[in-house]
Design a protein around this ligand. Sequence first.
Ligand SMILES: *[C@@H]1O[C@H](CO)[C@@H](O)[C@H](O)[C@H]1NC(C)=O
Ligand SMILES: *[C@@H]1O[C@H](CO)[C@@H](O)[C@H](O)[C@H]1NC(C)=O
Ligand SMILES: *[C@@H]1O[C@H](CO)[C@@H](O)[C@H](O)[C@H]1NC(C)=O
Ligand SMILES: *[C@@H]1O[C@H](CO)[C@@H](O)[C@H](O)[C@H]1NC(C)=O
Ligand SMILES: *[C@@H]1O[C@H](CO)[C@@H](O)[C@H](O)[C@H]1NC(C)=O
Ligand SMILES: *[C@@H]1O[C@H](CO)[C@@H](O)[C@H](O)[C@H]1NC(C)=O
Ligand SMILES: *[C@@H]1O[C@H](CO)[C@@H](O)[C@H](O)[C@H]1NC(C)=O
Ligand SMILES: *[C@@H]1O[C@H](CO)[C@@H](O)[C@H](O)[C@H]1NC(C)=O
Ligand SMILES: *[C@@H]1O[C@H](CO)[C@@H](O)[C@H](O)[C@H]1NC(C)=O
Length: 390
Amino acid sequence: MAASPWRHGMKLGLRKTVRFLSTVASVFCLANVVQFVAADCECGYSAVVDGHVQVFTDLIETDFAHLLDIATNTDWVRQAFNVTSEADRGSYGEMYAIDDMQTAVAPNSHIEDGQADDGQPAGLRLLVQPGLVGDMIPVSEIDSSRTDIMYGSFRAGIRLTNVTGTCSAFFWYFNDTQEIDMEFLSREYNASNRSYPVNLVLQSREAAESGFNAQGTPTFIKASLPFDPTTGLHEYRIDFLPGKVYFYADGQLLANMAGDAVPTHAGHLVLQQWSNGNPLWSGGPPKEDAVTTVSYVKAYFNSSSSQRHKDWSIRCRNPTAPGAVCAIPQATATNTTASGWFFTNQNNMTNNQTVSGHKNSGGRVVSVAAALWTMSVVVFAAIGWELGIW
Ligand SMILES: *[C@@H]1O[C@H](CO)[C@@H](O)[C@H](O)[C@H]1NC(C)=O
Ligand SMILES: *[C@@H]1O[C@H](CO)[C@@H](O)[C@H](O)[C@H]1NC(C)=O
Ligand SMILES: *[C@@H]1O[C@H](CO)[C@@H](O)[C@H](O)[C@H]1NC(C)=O
Ligand SMILES: *[C@@H]1O[C@H](CO)[C@@H](O)[C@H](O)[C@H]1NC(C)=O
Ligand SMILES: *[C@@H]1O[C@H](CO)[C@@H](O)[C@H](O)[C@H]1NC(C)=O
Ligand SMILES: *[C@@H]1O[C@H](CO)[C@@H](O)[C@H](O)[C@H]1NC(C)=O
Ligand SMILES: *[C@@H]1O[C@H](CO)[C@@H](O)[C@H](O)[C@H]1NC(C)=O
Ligand SMILES: *[C@@H]1O[C@H](CO)[C@@H](O)[C@H](O)[C@H]1NC(C)=O
Ligand SMILES: *[C@@H]1O[C@H](CO)[C@@H](O)[C@H](O)[C@H]1NC(C)=O
């Protein structure tokens, strides 16, 4: 008895199904391979600190010099609050107002010493004004949105004001006794003997303001900058590790501190320029507008959040694979190339970094492409199957 056409068709159908399924399976395997080599920096960003390689999993990179509107940036929160003179230990109160912070952009350049239209450096301008509002000096502060920053290497390109009577500060903060500060007092600069100190502090502002001036003690060091910080942008850097903190200018170590004063909690980053008339610290108020310009912030850090730990362990498949850990380029006094360089502007970056204005792209783009490819191969396979090609 000849096989019925129906049975024959059934056999053919089975063979096709098996081929079809194996095609789909191999395509999925391929897609996985594509995902496996997904992207650069999946396992983090590395810096050499005190001769040891440190790896951090997360980043915030902000190119203020090319950011049109600070209000659109979700990585930073402009601060608005008033401090009375009584609470302030100064002769004046302080009015933190968001209008005192604007970005002036360098539209066509990706060089971080690029100029804005007014000939001054492009970037986020932190302003302290001479005119009082009541008894308050108008001042400015911007904070990172992320408050889960627990260890890291934090860098900011800054040109300090040359107007006497303010304190410009780049710092990491949890509370008044868990704080890592670089504070620049413009009244301390002396151009005639080229003296440009920076106050490196692991302690509260209150303690500093009440006249604490134990230079050379482990948690307060007045270091000398090897350049005039008011004439151009320089990179200031804080490395915060368990039990140890390092401070740098243009990649050159200024000081390090250890001991009980080193913070043990997660915190956030702050950029500030303020004045309250306290002659022991900020001095002031300034006699004219004082502008401190922040060109960029690059922070590479670990998170205190268990969700971020999970995210990292999902995306970091093999820390020893080439490209899995990316070395952070260091701007130096003689080579500022790195200051205009951002991981988040590179192609092929790992997904799941949360940087304002950047799609959560990189690896995800690759896996979306792989998914689309898989889908189209499946569709073609199905069409081929229908047409009896397989
Ligand atoms: C940061 O996190 C990574 C990944 O968990 C870890 O290998 C590294 O030691 C951490 N660094 C610090 C300073 O805790
Ligand atoms: C601070 O004080 C000024 C002047 O009184 C007022 O206009 C402003 O709204 C206050 N800011 C906040 C955040 O309360
Ligand atoms: C202070 O800086 C401003 C802006 O760059 C500049 O115009 C001015 O000449 C500087 N003043 C001094 C005394 O250096
Ligand atoms: C800061 O936080 C630490 C740890 O929670 C705590 O021991 C300390 O008392 C806090 N300091 C202030 C000034 O609240
Ligand atoms: C330079 O002047 C400052 C005061 O403006 C002073 O504290 C410092 O000791 C002087 N440095 C030198 C090397 O004379
Ligand atoms: C600046 O330094 C010079 C030279 O050391 C000194 O004569 C002058 O008094 C200093 N200026 C201030 C404001 O301390
Ligand atoms: C993307 O990054 C991975 C891991 O570093 C690397 O193997 C791959 O060659 C990169 N692809 C492209 C197109 O650069
Ligand atoms: C300058 O720094 C960049 C980025 O770190 C690096 O790629 C380049 O090789 C450096 N150039 C010199 C001359 O050292
Ligand atoms: C990316 O990170 C966010 C925030 O931590 C998390 O909610 C999300 O699940 C992560 N997504 C992927 C694909 O890892």
